[in-house]
Design a protein around this ligand. Structure first.
Ligand SMILES: [Ca+2]
Length: 1011
């Protein structure tokens, strides 16, 4: 058979693999195979420490008192020493015999008679055999040679196309690959078949998922039968990672699986080389004699004996099992008288031993001598070597103590006296035990047995590192007829009951290490394997062992955290005889610049702040005096507060600062500092009662805003008015009118651009007669350009706008235009007037409503019939009606007037002939006649004649006025009509007469008119 086992050092142990553990640590405690009944001792008056099989046997316990409401109201620790529990300290310890070969069956099988139960059985013999072999003989499984060709194989498992696990074995390498997320489990391969070893067989009893290794392995069936990382029912997932794997020739026991998992083989005491059979692979975790099947409870009855009942090795003498027995070889009578010495090495320290019990299985010896070896207590930590120490007698026991030249049951005069107890003369044939108890009053009272903790001699009496028991003689076998094969010793178990020596300061002890180590209680403040000394900082009192009354914990030195150790000085202790009063602890090598017995002071040159926590690491700080500021350069300071010795004008703890109002600390200055020199008006006012302060180093006073200078006595450039309460104020120079942003610091006058056109403090205004301060003006302001005629006499333009002050009716920036409804300035100017513009004068009856006159000419806007600048006249061809309300059209007579127009005021037409009159020239003037307005011509009594070649027509008429005046109508007017050349063709008298419009004075010669 070949087994591959995978192990994981970091993975947890499967629960089903049980590890040998102490019964007290297991919740599943089987019925003990035996119980050692120990006599009651007087170690503790309040309780018997031996009666707590699994509890703490010391006297330390926590009590909880519950109030009426059930809450825990108080915790109280009992105030006595603490002690580890009593144990069988002989169990599994090295044991030897003298003579060395005193065990049966060594080197070959031997026979002996079983223990008799009666005198008659002494004569007979029920033969038994003694052989030191295992019933299921095997050896620790060796590793198989992995690289043999026969073991080449390839294992592989994939899931979701991802490799979970593979093993490749070749002659060159063994390769194991696995996915971190997939957990693995022990895998067993039997020969050429492989199975995943999980938690036993499958339900039908077959090995789990066994497959022939004929080819590359992978999952075969769809139900994923090759479980990796899970038990057959899906539980017990293995968590961890593969570390190695090995081939074994047979199935491993659980114990061996534990080994390959953890690398640690659980300790087996009884015949560890005897392996459990494969059918029952597990050593019972609590009872090593048995092997049990995998996958069943430890309480199962399905178990097989692991041990060979015919084997009686010496190791059975202290294997904690009364069912296993050591058998000596068969001895002669002489050998019985010489006896056998059994030595138990307690191996890892000096214990306190209170009982020695030897449980016999057969015939008893007639005498027993118990001895011990102990350490010198000068240095308990030095080890357990006791080879150079003598064996000390502890107890004699004998049927007759005379064999030891001792008195039967002699008195014990001192606590450490040794006597000889007489054994009964008649004892049973088989079995029985002898018990050596140190602290019992029976049968002989040992002095101090009931005051152990106050009896140093008794305390030393219980110390032992090795115990040896010398057996000699034998009851019942002296007679010659006794079968000689009854002459042997049978011991089921040697029990040495004791405990670690922890000086009352520990209730647990680690005996698995060498030397054993007391687990000192924290509150004991002790250290050392035996809690035999105080911790470095707990030597305020000398070390004392705890007892049944008081814990005697070590007392803390008060070093305020500045020392690593302290020592006890009896001279410093005012109560040297008391443990809980006084104290003589002196701190060693105070650190952090502290000193004093309790590191409560500061070293020279260091100081402690007032009210500072004395435990702070920096509680002592260097003085660091500033020698420039200290008197005579002193470097010392006050222990409390650390004030250095300052010069007159210096302050501060270190004398590193000038007093208020002082500056410039210098070592050469007797006062230390110089007084500040600050301007009263330029500095920020000190608080009430304060003195003006300045910079410690530079002397710079604290200036108001925009004040500068060491003394704050001047304004910054661009600012002025030092006396202003808020500090200097900005010049605010007009950048247009100023050469620079700076001003005169007293008055604040800015520097105006040259040319004398700009003025004002800020150079922001123009001088009289100038205006418009603009950036483009290189000289600042522009001169006014007022029209002298339109401007108020003496007026200058506005400095900002340039607007000149105009006379009434004058308009425009320079007063060059007439205002609305004004006009005609130039006309008046020409006339020498100095009025500028004058108001428009328009005849309202002749002016278009709402119109204004022309600003230059004054011409009003006339209605259609009007005429003239003021529209008061009538257009040509019109005249003003007599009531002046309107202009009437000239109605000049077309014949009597020489033109259509008339005089505008009167309507008088211009008559065509001086003889024609009337406004319309439609009548003859006085003394003339002949004009007929209706006909438009003279009414003549015409006669035609010829004057030369031209016809002449003579008209005689009388004017209507003449007729009315009575003039004679006979006045003759003669008009000589001479046809015009263009009338030649068709002269018409009437048309001709139109040109002949006049009246004729009577008597006057006819007027000839040539047209
Ligand atoms: Ca035993």
């Amino acid at each position: 058979m070949t087994v591959i086992t995978y192990s994981s050092a970091a993975g947890r142990l499967p629960k089903e693999i049980q590890v040998l553990e102490h019964p007290c640590d297991s919740g599943n405690v089987p019925v003990p195979l035996f119980e050692i009944v120990e006599p009651r001792t007087m170690l503790d008056p309040t309780e018997n420490p031996t009666r707590e099989p699994c509890g703490v046997k010391g006297q330390r316990r926590i009590e909880q008192e519950r109030g009426a409401k059930g809450g825990i109201v108080k915790r109280r620790r009992q105030t006595w020493g603490s002690f580890p529990r009593m144990e069988n300290i002989a169990a599994f310890k090295p044991v030897s015999t003298s003579p060395a070969r005193s065990t049966c069956g060594v080197p070959e099988r031997s026979s002996y008679c079983q223990s008799p139960s009666s005198q008659s059985e002494l004569m007979t013999c029920y033969q038994a055999f003694c052989v030191q072999e295992c019933p299921y003989r095997s050896s620790t499984p060796p590793y198989a040679p992995l690289l043999l060709p026969a073991h080449r194989m390839l294992l592989e498992k994939s899931a979701e196309e991802r490799l979970l696990f593979s093993v490749t074995v070749s002659e060159q390498a063994v390769t194991l690959r696995y996915g971190q997320s997939s957990s693995q489990t022990p895998l067993t391969v039997h020969d050429r078949r492989v199975s995943l070893f999980l938690d036993g067989l499958e339900e039908d009893g077959t090995p789990f998922d066994t497959q022939p290794l004929t080819a590359r392995l992978s999952d075969i069936n769809e139900d994923d039968a090759m479980w990796v990382g899970l038990s057959s029912n899906g539980s017990n997932q293995f968590i961890g990672w593969m570390q190695d794997f090995r081939f074994y020739p047979a199935t491993l026991t659980n114990r061996e699986i534990v080994e390959v998992y953890s690398g640690v083989l659980p300790e087996l005491h009884a015949q560890s080389e005897c392996r459990c059979p494969p059918s029952h692979p597990r050593v019972h975790p609590l009872v090593e004699r048995y092997c049990i099947p995998s996958g069943v409870e430890d309480t199962t009855n399905d178990r097989v004996l692991r041990l060979n009942l015919n084997a009686h090795p010496l190791s059975y003498i202290n294997d904690q099992d009364l069912g296993t027995t050591w058998l000596s070889k068969i001895m002669t009578t002489q050998e019985l008288d010489e006896g056998v010495t059994i030595t138990v090495d307690l191996a890892n320290g000096q214990y306190q031993v209170f009982y020695v019990i030897v449980q016999f299985g057969g015939l008893l010896p007639e005498s027993v001598r118990i001895q011990r070896r102990k350490l010198h207590l000068t240095e308990p930590d030095s080890g357990t070597t006791t080879e150079q120490q003598p064996w000390l007698d502890w107890q004699y026991m004998a049927r007759n103590c005379s064999v030891f030249d001792m008195q039967n049951n002699g008195p014990l005069l001192r606590p450490d006296s040794v006597n000889c107890l007489q054994l009964p003369s008649d004892v049973s044939y088989s079995g029985g035990n002898i018990t050596f108890s140190l602290l019992t009053p029976e049968p002989n009272l040992r002095p101090g047995y009931n005051d152990f903790y106050n009896n140093p001699a008794l305390q030393k009496m219980v110390h032992a590192t090795q115990v040896r028991i010398h057996l000699s003689g034998q009851y019942h076998t002296r007679a010659a007829e006794v079968n000689q094969r009854h002459r042997y010793y049978t011991i089921n178990e040697v029990i040495i009951s004791g405990r670690c020596e922890c000086h009352g300061h520990a209730d647990h002890c680690d005996t698995s290490v060498t030397p054993y180590r007391c687990l000192c209680l924290p509150e004991s403040h002790t250290e050392g394997n035996n809690c035999q000394r105080c911790a470095p900082l707990y030597n305020d009192k000398p070390f004392r062992s705890g007892d049944q009354l008081q814990p005697m914990n070590c007392r803390s030195c008060q070093c305020h955290g500045h020392a690593l150790s302290c020592h006890y000085d009896v001279g410093a202790d005012d109560q040297p005889d008391e443990h809980y009063r006084g104290g003589g602890g002196v701190c060693d090598n105070c650190m952090h610049n502290t000193t004093g017995r309790n590191c409560e002071l500061c070293m020279s040159g260091f100081f402690r702040l007032e009210d500072s926590d004395p435990t702070l690491l920096d509680v002592c700080q260097p003085c660091n005096c500033h020698t420039a500021g200290t008197i005579n350069g002193s470097m010392t300071c006050a222990q409390a507060g650390g004030q250095c010795q300052c010069k007159f004008a210096v302050t501060g703890r270190r004398c590193a600062d000038c007093s208020p109002g002082w500056y410039g600390l210098k070592a050469s200055n007797p006062n230390g500092c110089f007084q500040c020199n600050c301007s009263d008006i330029g500095i920020v006012s000190p608080s009430a009662g304060g003195v003006p302060s300045c910079n410690q180093d530079t002397g710079q006073c604290r200036c108001k805003p925009h004040v500068t200078g060491l003394s704050c006595d001047r304004c910054e450039f661009g600012y002025w008015n030092l006396s202003h309460p808020d500090g200097c104020i900005s010049c605010d120079c007009d950048p247009l009118g100023s050469l620079s942003p700076f001003c005169e610091p007293e008055g604040g006058q800015c520097e105006c651009k040259p040319g004398e056109h700009v003025e004002g403090r800020l150079c922001d205004s123009c001088r009289h007669g100038y205006h418009t301060l603009e950036q483009r003006n290189s000289l600042g302001c522009l001169p006014c350009a007022c029209d002298i005629h339109g401007t108020v006499p003496g007026g200058v333009c506005d400095m900002w706008t340039g607007q000149c002050p105009c006379r009434e009716g004058v308009h425009g920036a320079q007063c060059t235009n007439c205002a609305h409804n004004y006009y005609n300035r130039s006309l008046h100017l020409q006339q020498g007037s100095s009025h500028g513009c004058v108001p428009c004068v328009c005849d309202p009856r002749g002016t278009v409503t709402g119109s204004v006159c022309d600003s230059t000419t004054g011409q009003c806007v006339c209605v259609s019939t009007r005429y003239g600048q003021d529209c008061s006249g009538c257009r040509p061809g019109f005249y003003l009606s007599p009531d002046h309300s309107m202009c009437a059209e000239c109605d000049c007579h077309p014949m009597g007037a020489s033109q259509r127009g008339c005089e505008s005021q009167t309507g008088q037409c211009v008559c065509a002939h001086p003889s024609v009159g009337g406004r319309r020239c439609d009548e003859c003037r006085e003394m003339f006649f002949g004009f007929n307005p209706g006909l438009g011509r003279f009414v003549l009594s015409s006669t035609e004649s010829s004057v030369g070649a031209e016809p002449v027509i003579h008209y005689t008429g009388l004017s209507t006025e003449a007729v009315a005046s009575g003039l004679k109508p006979f006045t003759q007017y003669t008009a000589v009509l001479q046809p015009l050349p263009h009338h030649k063709t068709n002269p018409h008298p009437e048309s001709l007469l139109q040109d002949l419009i006049h009246c004729t004075l009577p008597g006057s010669p006819p007027v000839s008119q040539t047209v």
